[in-house]
Every structure is written in C-alpha cells, then in structure tokens.
Design a protein around this ligand. Structure first.
Ligand code: 6R9
Length: 686
C-alpha cells in the first residue's frame, strides 16, 4: 500500500524537482552578496514578543524559533491568549493526528472573528482608518474608519440574518475588491456563516461549480465592476451561474456603479436594503474549530478543492505572521494589492491587518491603469508604508522603465513584500534598487492557500539581519520544515534539495477539503507519513536557508495564479473533435509560467484547425476564465508515451521550453517519431 504510493508519487515528484530547478532559468542561486550586514540578531521580547518577556533564554531570533519548536504548546497558547480576544478560554493548544489528517487548535475556546477584527478596536481606534479603498478610477480613493466598517458589517450581518442565513451556511461572494466585500466577509464571520469568495475573474460556469460544491444558498455580487477602466457585467455572470445552481435561494446585489441591471425574484438590492438595517448586529459565538471560511484552489487532479480554515487557529496565525513577517506597527498603512478572491487577500488584506487594528488597502485596479506608474503614484498619494505584491507584476513593470517609478515619492515605503511565485534575480534587483532605493527590506514570503499564512520569510523584524536575495529563507516560528527524497527518506544537511514538507502542525493549517476529507488526507498526508506535504520542491542552502524550486505536481503557477493542468485538459477534452490533450507549463518572462496545450484531434473531423483553436479558447474562457487561456495550442497526431501508455509530460515540457537537447532517452517511447513531429511543429509556431 503505502510504499507503493510513496514509490510512485515520489519517483515522479523527484523528476519534477530536478525539472523545476533546471527550468528555473529565471532564478540565480549563486548570489554572493548580502545586505544589512552587521545588524543585531537580537529580538526584543518586550516589544516584539512581550508574551515571552519572562523567559531569559530567548534573546535572539534563533532562540525564539527553537523555543517555538521545542515547546509549541506554550508558544502558541501564550500568543493565542494575548493576541486574540476570547469569550471563553480554551483548554488545550493542539491536538493532532497526522494519520487521519485531523487537527484541532485551542479546543474549548469560544470567540468571534469579527469581534477580533473590529469591535475590540472601536474604543481606541474607532476613528482611525481601517480601510483605504483605492478605486479603479485613478485618484478617487475613499477612507473607511473602524466605526464606519463596524456599521457596514452590522447592517450586512442583519440583512443576511433577516434573509434567512444561519450559522454554518455557506455564502458565495463574487464581488470586486471593495469595502462591501470586506464587510460581507466579516458579516458572515459575525453571524457564523462560512464565506466562500470566488475571484470575480472566474467565469459563470466556474462560479456555478463552486456554488454547487459548497451548496451555497446565498450569493453576494455587484451590478457591475470596473477594472482598468473597463466595465464587467458581474450580475449577468451571476444570473448565468444561478441558472445552473438550483441550491441558490437569494442573490444580494451591491450597486458598484449607477447602471440599472435586471432584478429577478431571487435578487435583493443590497445597497438599498442596507439603509433599513440596524448597524448593531448580535454576535454569534464560534468554537475555535468552527469553519471560518472556505476557498477553492486548484489541485493536480480533479475539480478545484474547497479548502476550509478554522476560526481560532487561522485568525491567530494570520495575526501573528502579519505582525512579524512585515514588522507591522499599528498606524502604518499596509498595501497588499492581491484580490480578495485569493488566499493572500483573505490573510493579508483582511484578517491579518484588521485583527491587528491596522490600516489596510483595497486596490481595485490594475498595475497598468492608467499607466505603469499606478502603484507608485498611489504610494505617494496615500503614503503607504508597506507594499505586498506578486513578482509577475514587477516583471511586467520593470519592462516599462524606471521613470514611472522615479516620478513619484516613495519615501513612505519601509518594507517591500512579495508572494505567489519565485522572485527572480532581475525583479529582486529592480524592487530593491529602483522601487525601494536600497532602503527597504525585500520580504519574499512562501506559503499556500492550505497553510493559511506565511510559513517561510526572511523575518526582518525579528532578526534585523541579512536578507539573501531570491529566496524566502527562514521558517516562521512554529514551522518545522523538512525535505524528503523520492524514497520518502528525509534529506538532511545543507546544500540539498527535496520535497518540502512541514513536520509539525501549526494553527493556520487547513482543516479539510469541503465534503472530501479523503482527498485532503491523500493529497497532503499520505505521500510522506506524519508530515504535511506541500507539493513544492525546495533547496536548503547554507545556514538552513530555503529556496523554493517550484511545484512538483501538475499545478501551474501563471502570474501567481494556481491552475491545475487537469482542469484545462478537461475543458478541451469535452470538445467533440478532440481525442486527447496534455497541458504543461513553460518558463514565461512575465507570467513566470505560461500554459502550453498539446491537442490530438479525432479522425474525420470537419472543422478547420484555426477555428478549432478559437473554439477551444472560447470553451476555456467560458468554463474557467480568461486567466486559464494557453499561450500556445499545438495540434499533433499523437502524444509521446511510454510502452505502458503513460504520457511523457517531461518531454512535452522540454519541448515547450525549447530544451530540445534535454529530452533524455526517448528510445523507450512507443512512437519516438512523435517527438520529432512535435519539435518541428513547435519551431514553426515560434
Ligand atoms: C499564497 C499563495 C501556492 C503556491 C505554492 C508555490 C507558490 C507561493 C511563493 C511561491 C516561490 C514564493 N509560491 N509563494 N513560490 N516563492 N515566495 O500564493 O497561495 O495561490 O495557494 O499558491 O504558490 O508553488 O505552492 P496559492
């Protein structure tokens, strides 16, 4: 059983590790210089971690890290009691059973996430700014104080309750990045409903799939949205989705623009209805382990999975990592530009910043609108102290030239963060030298939808020491990293690589895949027993610094967005003229990874290839969304296979990456001539 699973998975995975490392031409692992040399390695327990002030042996970052691993019970329970507000104290910090994929944190405790993100700040910080809404229309930002946000949350909470939403119900949110979206998420938390935010760039079909999987009776959307000056008919998409989702009983419609849209019998004009509601909404208390939210993400096989997060553990983990990864001080303006449809938006636009009483940015626009200076003009106008973005946007912006940056005053910036994909050499340099004027720390953070919050990051607040370009470097406190080889054996020492795993539970980890615990167990806890298996490969450098080498499974990372190759293949396979398909990733200058589709057509079809190309693209756009469109669709009479019939994806990736001399031994293929055909066709397309 297990050894077979291990053998199969890891053999394949290990091949991917090496592939990712070789293919990462964007990465330069041999950086020799360092920054901030000579600063103190001491942490100040009195300011950074007052919870451990009485423990004299904790003087440095390393001491704290060691302590967090040796005594996680004490480490996490002290933080939980001091950083969160409870209505009932918990009894145990952590219960875990890796073999069942069961984890429980702070059991016995009772709390509410909206109280932790809003109510408890009202007395001291009620008139301070909670949200800065940077609207799509340049120069038209709006401020929302904690008081104002509290009123919105109360009104929406009451509206939801009065419409029939109860604790434990799922609420699908398909909204532009706006105060209404944040308030709706918090209103769900307040009444104990589970929010399931769907990125507004996903198609109606993708939305319907997620609504149905979650059995959501309630959808919250907007009449329209604007992105980069373009209107998007959001409500129309929801109408199309709802027609395929019989479980939906009500649709709340927020008016983002003045435009009237047809309202059906399920629809409620949220903007109007809120006027009638009281701003005081009773709190529904939650147990620590009650689900706070679910969020769909792509896996290597099957349909997207509804990752669920707990109330207490998730909230504590985002609270603590937000403060310490970014060295955030209350009063500073934190600018995470990610959409709320992704985990980054959940953890570092909403829950991390607001649970800390911080000021957080909602960026509704795009980095190129109205021109590539948008971020930096916004930094100057709003005096942002932190910016947190995806490497793909840096790669795009640096091509537009330095003048778009230098034109604006960036002296308010203190820390420059990034997430989602490896930060390549060129982008790191540009971020550090041009954007940050060699003054700001670059904070490359590694984590996943499933980890809830940042797991690997340079942690400048705690060490104030060296930052090594091109890698997230150090595990956060409580995160016990280990590498494993293809035999499932731990890889020890330095300058080694392997499958990145986490050996110990942490509060922010996902608890299950909605209605599919078996898949949860299989995906994350069975490839290597007794650890959490991330699906990423990593290289451990000297001094234990980690560099991520990329996914080892069939998950693509396109502009920081996770996409399963199987999802895209499924859509194309449905076309009546298509016999079979294989989708792979290849290195892309700006997107990090591009999508490359190999398509085998059925005999006797009538449609022309260029029409088919267009039909397949339309189908992908309809079923998933524009973000899943391939760069290349290559029609081929067959796919390279082993004699036992397995598609040799390795070869398809090499061809897509122009690495014709790295194909390895092709003599074991059932039809080696297919490879020549594919190479020639690929060269024609270039
Ligand atoms: C937060 C988020 C997770 C995948 C992850 C990895 C990649 C994220 C990274 C990184 C290199 C970093 N990834 N951060 N790769 N360096 N700093 O992105 O979650 O959308 O679930 O994606 O993204 O491959 O496994 P998610």
């Amino acid at each position: 059983g297990l050894s077979r699973v291990l053998g199969n998975c890891l053999h394949h995975e290990n091949a991917r590790i090496h592939r990712s490392i070789n293919a990462s031409s964007l990465l330069n692992r041999t950086w020799s210089y360092r920054f901030h040399k000579g600063r103190s390695n001491n942490i100040s327990t009195s300011t950074d971690y007052p919870e451990f002030r009485d423990l004299p042996h904790i003087k440095t970052h390393n001491d704290l890290y060691k302590f967090s691993i040796e005594d996680p019970e004490l480490f996490w329970s002290r933080l939980a009691r001091s950083r969160l507000t409870w209505s009932k104290d918990f009894s145990t910090a952590c219960k875990s059973d890796f073999s069942k994929g069961k984890f429980g944190w702070f059991e016995g405790g009772v709390l509410n996430a909206s109280v932790n993100c809003i109510d408890r700040h009202l007395e001291k910080r009620g008139d301070e700014i909670a949200l800065i809404w940077e609207r799509d229309e340049p120069g038209t930002h709006r401020f929302y104080t904690y008081k104002k946000l509290s009123e919105m949350v109360g009104k929406i909470g009451n509206l939801l309750t009065n419409s029939g939403v109860k604790a434990g119900d799922r609420v699908a949110i398909y909204l532009p990045k706006s105060p209404t979206a944040i308030a709706t998420m918090l209103a769900c938390a307040r009444i104990g409903a589970i929010h399931s935010v769907v990125f507004a760039g996903f198609s109606a079909d993708a939305l319907a799939g997620r609504i149905n999987d979650a059995q959501a009776e309630t959808v919250v959307t907007a009449n329209q949205t604007i992105r980069g000056g373009k209107l998007i008919e959001l409500k129309k998409m929801v109408d199309a989705a709802v027609s395929k989702s019989p479980c939906v009983k009500r649709v709340l419609v927020y008016y983002r623009t003045e435009a009237k849209v047809p309202m059906g019998k399920l629809d409620i004009d949220m903007t109007k209805a809120m006027v009638q509601e009281s701003p005081n909404c009773p709190v529904v208390e939650r147990n620590s382990e009650d689900t706070l939210f679910m969020l769909y993400t792509s896996g290597s096989t099957g349909s997207p999975k509804g990752i669920t997060h707990s109330t207490a553990g998730y909230l504590l983990y985002t609270n603590v990592t937000f403060k310490h990864a970014f060295d955030y001080n209350v009063g500073e303006k934190f600018g995470c530009v990610a959409d709320i449809g992704w985990i980054t938006g959940h953890s570092y636009v909403l829950y991390g910043p607001l649970s800390n009483g911080g000021t957080t940015l909602l960026f509704e626009s795009t980095p190129l609108y109205p021109d590539p200076g948008r971020y930096w003009e916004m930094v100057e106008r709003l005096k942002l102290n932190h910016i947190y973005l995806a490497p793909t946007s840096l790669r795009m912006l640096l091509k537009s030239g330095d003048e778009y940056v230098k034109k604006y005053d960036r002296s308010s910036l203190r820390k420059l963060g990034c997430v989602g994909e490896p930060l390549n050499h060129e982008a790191w340099e540009w971020y550090y030298n041009v954007v940050g004027e060699r003054r700001c720390d670059i904070i490359d953070t590694w984590w996943q939808t499933e980890t809830g919050g940042i797991c690997i990051s340079p942690r400048p607040s705690e060490i104030g020491a060296d930052i090594q370009p091109g890698m997230p470097m150090r595990p956060m406190p409580g995160i016990d990293l280990a590498l494993f080889d293809s035999q499932g054996k731990e890889v020890k020492g330095e300058d080694v690589e392997g499958a990145l795993c986490i050996r110990r539970p942490w509060p922010g980890m996902a608890r299950t895949i909605y209605r599919d615990h078996d898949r949860f167990l299989k995906t994350y806890f069975q490839t290597v027993p007794d650890v959490y298996y991330t699906g990423d490969g990593a290289h451990r450098h000297k001094e234990g610094h980690y560099q991520i080498t990329g996914r080892m499974d069939d998950v693509l990372n396109v502009s920081g967005h996770r996409l399963g190759t199987a999802e895209i293949e499924d859509v194309m396979d449905d076309h009546p003229d298509v016999a079979e398909t294989a989708v792979v990733g290849f290195p892309h200058d700006i997107k990090g990874e591009g999508i490359y589709a190999y398509v085998v057509l059925k005999d006797g079809r009538k449609t022309k290839k260029n029409e088919l190309d267009q039909q397949l693209r339309n189908a992908i756009k309809k079923k998933i969304g524009g973000l899943a469109l391939p760069e290349v669709i290559l029609f081929t009479p067959g796919l390279p296979r082993t004699r036992s019939g397995k598609i040799m994806r390795r070869i398809l990736r090499k061809v897509a990456s122009n690495k014709f001399d790295e194909l390895g031994d092709t003599s074991t293929l059932s039809e080696p001539e297919i490879v020549d055909f594919i190479i020639n066709k690929h060269k024609e397309l270039l």
